[in-house]
Write a protein that binds this ligand. Sequence first.
Ligand SMILES: [Zn+2]
Length: 131
Amino acid sequence: MHPCPYSACVCSQTAPTSQASCGRGCGEKIKKGSVRFGEAMKWSGGENGLVSAYKHATCCRLPSGVPFDPTEVYGLGALSEEDRAIAVAELSSTEIPEHLKAIDPEDPAFLGAKQLERVKAPETVALSLLP
Ligand SMILES: [Zn+2]
């Protein structure tokens, strides 16, 4: 189920600044000039009770089996040819973006770089530390 009943309006544009974060996506900042997608989100402070929540194009990939209709994406025609190709490629892709793949905490490669060197407790510590 989609989070917003008004989400039929999906827009695409290039980010005018680097201020917006990828809402409901990865949460990282969206770089100025990169393709982003906005979807209507309920918010009482917005115009008609709605604001646009923006996401990276990569974070908007559709799950496998969902058909992509470019005519439902507002603003796609206003993008440059290069940006439009990026937007269509991202929406047509069914691959999970590398940065959104599940992390395996048991993977030694995940923990390997985070091993800390063991140090001796300072003499001034009055209580015993954990082993
Ligand atoms: Zn993102």
